[in-house]
Design a protein around this ligand. Structure first.
Ligand code: FAD
Length: 496
């Protein structure tokens, strides 16, 4: 029997695990090399003082049975037909000046509530709800990469997404901040800009809300790390090998072929085929010479205004389970300097919906203040002592703001942990601490890379940076697509 070809994958995040599983399904041997001690990359959680802190899934696109993406989550062991989801009935609540509105999963209920809060915005509210309804048609195509679509695929997607072009036309080229100005109510303006960074294209927000409202964005019970571990288990059960604490120093290229990996510990790993899934910045600045970087990526890295990234200053506390103001609630705060920006809004997310975040009558709550490229520079330049002091000061200032907004939490906040954009750089080699790919703004183009590099024939890119704005669906599908591209190049059946 012929020896199987070996696919070597860099990174044991969601894209790497997916690539590994699909490579095995396609009949290859597969090995994953991961710099950390556990799988998951950005999709993880950790324990502090006996509490579990989750740091990923706010919504998992593709939890609706019958969608392409659901099949991919199932094939990779992330979800099963028996998976239970958090029973949440809203996306989030925004408060301002003593009033609040909630974006319910039930769109009719939301419409009524928004009109009651701001009758003068009735027309714009109805339009918003209508366009969220249209946005439910925007399903992530995860069957095969777009360059492999046939006419029938375009016809079928076109039919199923008949109204979605209206959303792109109306909201594809304006930022959330601009969109918010169509509403007269200050509360509704805040609501529009609360969830995603205000530079995001408005349609991203509509699609996010539609995903929740359509039951296609559930949160699997058991948290993010557990989902990554399920994928790792599947990979190993299928015969895959995963190596931890195995940072990759360099990809060795000889005669247009990636022949192997040079690990940080000095050893060499031979490869027949290679799928790097790590962040593309370290990929093209450390593992490979920058000359291999595709032009669209070069352009994106050189224009932070059109292609910003998003990260966060985040804190987790434990508080009594009696705290119950809705799962995610945005509040107005006294202005606060975080990194280079001044924040006047923040959220509190309560995790009591899943027993994994509850211990001895207390639940985890978290908050996150958005950070971007400039803020990353701020944190990066601080000497170690000042970095630590800046974090401590912010924890104090944010605690005061939480207690002011929620007096029932006075004296109840038990600090668990806080982390910054530098944490993401340290843990995942993430560019500017970003945990997604480039933000889709009205000034930039959405990145859609085909995963091939000029000059290396057996290397296929995967990972969230191949398709902005990234996220879990992009990551998991990119692993599958990389293997399908390998199969296509070998003229084999791509239906895996
Ligand atoms: C707070 C937070 C909330 C989020 N919420 C959501 C959400 O609700 N929904 C959603 O869809 N997405 C969400 N995301 C984004 C999601 O986590 C990411 O899009 C996804 O996990 C990216 O997967 P990936 O495999 O492409 O990349 P990564 O997770 O970055 O995986 C790359 C892996 O490569 C490893 N690596 C890097 N360099 C090397 C090297 N030199 N050698 C070996 N290994 C290396 C890294 O350690 C990492 O494990 C969130 C992320 C965060 C942090």
């Amino acid at each position: 029997m012929d020896k199987k070809e070996k696919v070597v994958i860099i990174g044991g995040g969601i894209a790497g695990l997916s690539a590994g599983i699909y490579a095995l399904k396609a009949g290859f041997d597969a090995e994953i090399y991961e710099k950390n001690a556990i799988p998951g990359g950005e999709c993880i959680g950790w324990n502090r003082k006996g509490y579990h802190i989750d740091n990923c899934i706010h919504w998992l696109t593709g939890t609706k049975k019958g969608t392409d993406l659901y099949e991919v989550w199932k094939a990779t062991g992330a979800l099963t037909d028996e998976t239970e989801y958090a029973k949440l009935d809203s996306f989030y609540t925004s408060t301002y000046d003593g009033k609040s509105v909630t974006l319910w999963n039930d769109l009719e209920k939301t419409q009524k509530e928004l009109i009651a809060a701001s009758p003068e915005d009735e027309e714009e509210i109805k339009k918003f709800i209508q366009y969220v309804e249209y946005s439910k048609q925007c399903l992530f195509p995860a069957d095969k990469p777009m360059e492999m679509w046939k006419i029938a695929d375009y016809i079928s997607v076109g039919k199923n997404m008949a109204d979605f072009p209206k959303v792109l036309k109306e909201f594809g080229k304006i930022s959330l901040e601009e969109y918010s100005k169509r509403f007269r109510s200050p509360l509704l303006r805040k609501m529009i800009c609360d969830y995603l960074p205000k530079e995001y294209c408005a349609y991203s927000f509509l699609v996010s809300y539609a995903t929740m409202a359509d039951g296609n964005g559930g949160i699997p019970m058991g948290a993010s790390l557990q989902m990554s571990l399920r994928m790792e288990k599947k990979f190993k059960e299928m015969g895959g090998k995963i190596f931890y604490n195995a940072g990759v120093e360099k990809i060795v290229v000889e005669n247009r072929k990636a022949t192997g990996l040079q690990l940080e510990n000095g050893s060499f790993v031979q490869a027949d085929l290679m799928i790097p899934t790590l962040d593309t910045y370290p990929l093209f600045h450390k593992l490979l010479p920058a000359s291999y970087m595709p032009a669209e990526l070069k352009k994106a890295y050189s224009d932070e205004k059109a292609y910003p990234v998003t990260s966060g200053f985040q804190i987790a506390f434990a508080v009594s389970t009696s705290f119950n103001r809705g799962e995610t609630i945005f509040i107005d705060i006294d202005e606060l300097k975080v990194g280079k920006r001044t924040a006047d809004r923040m959220y509190v997310k309560a995790y009591g919906y899943d027993p994994i975040f509850v211990k001895d009558g207390k639940q985890v709550i978290q908050t996150c203040i958005t950070q971007s490229d400039d803020d990353f520079d701020y944190w990066k330049r601080l000497p170690e002592e000042e970095y630590r002091a800046a974090k401590e000061k912010l924890v104090e200032e944010i605690s005061v703001r939480i207690e002011t907004a929620f007096p029932e939490l006075k004296g109840d906040l038990e600090f668990l942990d806080c982390w910054t954009p530098l944490t993401y750089e340290r843990y995942c080699n993430a560019y500017h601490g970003s945990y997604m790919s480039f933000v889709t703004t009205p000034f930039g183009k959405q990145l859609k890379m085909k995963g091939k590099l000029k000059g290396i024939d057996n290397l296929y890119l995967a990972g969230q940076w191949t398709n902005s704005p990234g996220g879990l669906p992009v990551a998991v599908a990119s692993g599958k697509f990389a293997v399908q591209r390998i199969l296509k190049a070998r003229r084999k059946d791509i239906n895996i």
